[in-house]
Design a binder for this molecule. Structure first.
Ligand code: HEC
Length: 118
């Protein structure tokens, strides 16, 4: 009886200890994530997020929608420089994004369009 009492206290001790450790790990990870988000000095723009915001209207989320004569981005054979040029200056019905997005954002979204390639 006494033995089992000691044993169960020991178990509780271990359990509480490991829970406390788990919490601190979680807290540390959360703080690291927040620090990363708020560090704008070397943040790379998120090409996918920009694409979802500005481009899906005509190109669709997978690049194939083709609204307003938009080219199928999966079939595109353009280089990164050519993509950056079209995104910056527009073409036919495509909006010029040179005044809407920063050069870094244009580069990021141009790189993202390259991921559609089959
Ligand atoms: C208003 C509709 C519209 C929006 C919004 C739009 N596009 Fe386009 N996009 C087009 C059209 C139309 C073309 C085809 C131009 C042509 O005839 O060569 C095109 C062509 C392109 C091309 C060249 C494809 C190729 O192989 O010729 C790229 C790359 C591209 N768009 C990327 C983007 C990105 C990135 C965004 C968002 C920042 C975007 N587009 C937003 C309509 C749009």
């Amino acid at each position: 009886m006494i033995m089992s009492n000691i044993f169960s206290r020991l178990l509780w001790g271990i359990l509480l200890f490991s829970m406390a450790c788990g919490l601190t790990d979680e807290e540390a990870a959360r703080r690291a994530a927040v620090a990363k988000q708020t560090d704008t000095t070397k943040a790379t723009p998120d090409g996918m997020a920009i694409f979802r915001q500005k481009c899906v209207l005509c190109h669709g989320s997978d690049g194939t929608l083709g609204i307003n004569g938009a080219k199928d981005l999966r079939q595109s054979i353009l280089t990164l420089e050519e993509r950056i040029n079209i995104i910056t200056n527009g073409k036919k019905l495509m909006t010029p994004f040179g005044t809407i997005l920063s050069p870094e954002e244009i580069q990021a979204v141009a790189e993202y369009t390259q991921t559609f390639k089959k």
